[in-house]
Ligand binder design. Structure first.
Ligand code: GLU
Length: 376
């Protein structure tokens, strides 16, 4: 087992570390001792030449504690206000802890809409790579004070998966308050054991993940496994590990058998296709026939109007839509060259008829292969 770990991790240089609220906070708000412990370990990694980016939670939990609120926060504005109080404190703590090692930190707060816009996505990438060149540690969190409903990442497991793509990290370590990913719910079964290596995220693996969360975090194991799928689809190994264990980062990097390693998929998507598949939200559906399914899934081809049976939703040119088969199974997601109203008119037709029907033809394909991510 250890040798698979070692070989998977041997060329890792860029490490993305996600630190959950349950790791960072204790009875008395932010747990300064744990933060210092982790920062010392990260500083040691950077001295050894590793490039580290952090995705951190803990703002809401810290703010809530500062405000003396004991029970759960009742409303969205309360959570957002707590995040505003806690985020500045969180950054001060990181800044002080890294300062002891002569390392500067940079705060980056993001919402989903920052990343669904390709231009802003690329701007974030440029900023992050400049910070890395400068030897500054980027400390990223969701911009909780402005993010509501559809612009919310929902949890930092998802945010970290998006950042893994942006930074093209070689490894994502998700530090949490469990020993790793268990084969059964550890709270319900005494026989539950940590799975050391997940080669493939099967239905059994998904079924073993529950949505229970700690009282302070948001994601739970389910969201960690969903994130694992996104990260490994980009060819990045993903490790869920106990964040409070002393020496955890050094042990992981050394290839020791700690937590759960999810191996990267051997055939993985490039950055743009990964962004289409996992960052963008679909605006509609194209129901496609069996011929189009074969062309897309088995032959690596584009989607032509002739293979489309039906259209759902109201969307425009360039919007992300799902391609589904007649049974409703999602096969792919891509950016359309025609809007929903145009597709209604040209579906089922040969591409040579597009101009006759619409009065113009910008493309033969409704979704070009280069703008399509096919589900594996
Ligand atoms: N962004 C939230 C915070 O900093 C945490 C979200 C999560 O727990 O995943 O408090």
């Amino acid at each position: 087992m250890t040798s698979i770990r070692k070989s998977t991790l041997q060329n890792v240089k860029k490490v993305l570390i996600k630190i959950g609220s349950a790791v960072l906070t204790g009875q008395d708000g932010l747990d300064l001792q744990i933060i210092e412990q982790l920062v010392d370990e990260i500083a040691d990694l950077t001295k050894k030449g590793y490039q580290v980016v952090i995705v951190t939670s803990g703002a809401i939990a810290s703010g809530k504690h500062r405000m003396g609120i004991n029970g759960p926060l009742k409303s969205m504005p309360q959570k957002q206000a707590a995040a505003a109080v806690g985020q500045s404190r969180l950054m001060r703590v990181y800044s002080n802890a890294f300062g002891k090692h002569g390392i500067y930190v940079a705060q980056i707060l993001l919402t989903m809409s920052d990343l669904t816009d390709r231009k802003r996505f690329l701007n974030v990438r440029n900023t992050l790579s400049t910070l890395t060149e400068w030897g500054v540690i980027a400390v990223i969190n969701e911009n909780d004070t402005v993010a509501v409903d559809e612009i919310k990442f929902g949890d930092n497991d998802h945010l970290a998966a998006m950042i893994a793509n942006i930074t093209e990290a070689h490894l994502l370590i998700n530090l949490t308050n469990t020993e790793g990913f268990y084969d059964k719910h550890p709270g319900l079964s005494k026989k539950a054991k940590v799975i050391s290596l997940v080669k493939e995220i099967t239905e059994e693996i998904e079924a073993a993940a529950t949505a229970d969360t700690s009282s302070v975090g948001m994601g739970g194991m389910k969201s960690k496994v969903i994130a694992a799928r996104k990260v490994t689809a980009f060819g990045i190994p993903y490790i869920i590990a106990p964040g409070k264990d002393k020496g955890i980062l050094q042990a992981i990097i050394a290839g020791k058998d700690k937590g759960t390693l999810f191996l990267p998929m051997s055939e993985h998507m490039n950055s743009r296709k990964h962004w289409i598949a996992f960052t963008l939200r679909s605006r509609g559906k194209l129901i496609i026939d069996d011929g189009a399914r074969m062309a897309i899934v088995e032959q690596g081809k584009s989607l032509l109007p002739s293979g489309i049976i039906d259209v759902e939703g109201d969307f425009g040119v360039g919007d992300p839509v799902l391609c589904v088969d007649g049974k409703g199974v999602t096969l792919a997601k891509g950016l359309v060259n025609y809007g929903s109203q145009e597709i209604h008119k040209i579906m089922g037709l040969k591409s040579s008829k597009i101009e006759q029907v619409l009065g113009y033809k910008d493309y033969d394909e409704v979704i070009h292969r280069d703008n399509m991510a096919v589900k594996k």
